[in-house]
Design a protein. Structure first.
Length: 133
């Protein structure tokens, strides 16, 4: 795979999902919530391990998106309080895969997932943020 690192699965335990109804990403030191906003910008919220929003000191967040037949593209992110937002709107290619990397201090965590935008028939959310059991 183009994206090296740790693969985990979506959190299907909480039917309500995270606060903004995005994809919950559990990492070793932090929880993230990935969301494609209506203006086609990506926003990644940061939470401590107890689920409280926080603005990490000196963090670095990286996002790569790769379409089925295209090379991975880095997406520029800037910190905005307890979240990171894409610098510009993005177009998500068909069959896209994504990798979020969160670097803080000497710790780097990676999370890979399919960025499927088709609607789940059960919850009507995009598949990447489905909370169906």
């Amino acid at each position: 795979s183009v994206f090296p690192g740790k693969r985990t699965e979506k959190n299907h335990e909480a039917a309500m999902g995270p606060p903004h109804s995005g994809l919950l990403i559990d990492l070793d030191t932090v929880q993230l919530e990935f969301l494609l906003e209506p203006d086609s910008k990506v926003r990644i919220y940061t939470y401590d391990l107890q689920g409280k929003p926080f603005a990490p000191a000196s963090p670095e967040m990286r996002l790569m998106i790769q379409g089925k037949d295209s090379p991975p593209s880095p997406i520029g992110l800037k910190q905005d309080g307890p979240s990171f937002v894409a610098n510009t709107p993005i177009r998500i290619p068909e069959d896209a895969k994504a990798m979020v990397s969160f670097l803080q201090g000497s710790t780097t965590n990676h999370f890979r997932f399919d960025l499927a935008l088709s609607k789940c028939p059960g919850c009507e959310r995009p598949e990447y943020r489905c909370t169906c059991p």
